[in-house]
Design a protein around this ligand. Structure first.
Ligand SMILES: Nc1ncnc2c1ncn2[C@@H]1O[C@H](COP(=O)(O)OP(=O)(O)OP(=O)(O)O)[C@@H](O)[C@H]1O
Ligand SMILES: [Mg+2]
Length: 166
């Protein structure tokens, strides 16, 4: 199932982050797809802002650390596969353990390696000609569809497109 919307600015991205956070469940895996600077880290920052109890913690890009863990009711993992090259690299980061321990995982550049990572939802961001962000939600599971519907209820669909089952 897919849903397309846009974010014109950081305020709209913050609102989308809040909508996603409102329905996050343990063991949730979300893939983030999009070019450099598309807004993957910015969206994750905004999701964490809503889930965190300590407002002094600032989410930073995991491009060099590969995995950043943040405190929240459910352990919050922010992963970036940009610098990984193989399935072997991926297996060394302990991903399965995060899921088994009720964590929520956000994985930037999830399509960078051929690791067949099972996700509930992918969020694909594209920079438009007028510097807005086109955001596509692709749900693979019931949990993923729940988030998709929450976002669809709280945002304007792109050119009147409602969630579709493709
Ligand atoms: N509507 C918007 N939503 C999100 N980010 C926006 C928006 N408009 C402008 N930006 C800016 O775009 C940049 C996105 O950077 P960000 O680090 O989030 O990208 P990224 O996709 O994580 O890149 P990378 O692949 O390098 O990790 C930020 O500087 C942010 O302020
Ligand atoms: Mg990033």
């Amino acid at each position: 199932m897919e849903y397309l919307t846009t974010s014109k600015n950081l305020i709209e991205t913050e609102k989308i982050g809040k909508l996603i956070a409102s329905n996050i469940k343990p063991n949730f895996v979300i893939g983030l797809i999009g070019d450099l600077g598309a807004g993957k880290t910015t969206l994750v920052k905004n999701i964490y802002k809503s889930l965190s109890t300590d407002k002094t913690i600032n989410v930073t890009s995991p491009t060099f650390t590969i995995v950043n863990k943040y405190p929240a009711d459910m352990p919050f993992y922010h992963i970036d596969l940009y610098r990984l090259h193989s399935l072997y690299d991926f297996q060394t980061i302990g991903f399965e353990d995060y899921i088994d321990h009720n964590g929520v995982c956000f994985i930037e550049w999830v399509d960078n390696i051929d690791a067949n990572i099972k996700r509930d939802l992918d969020i694909s961001l594209t920079i438009t000609e007028n510097h807005e962000r086109l955001i596509k939600f692709i749900a693979y599971t019931k949990k993923g569809r729940e988030i998709l519907f929450i976002v669809a209820q709280g945002t304007a669909p792109l050119k009147g497109r409602c969630p579709t089952a493709d």
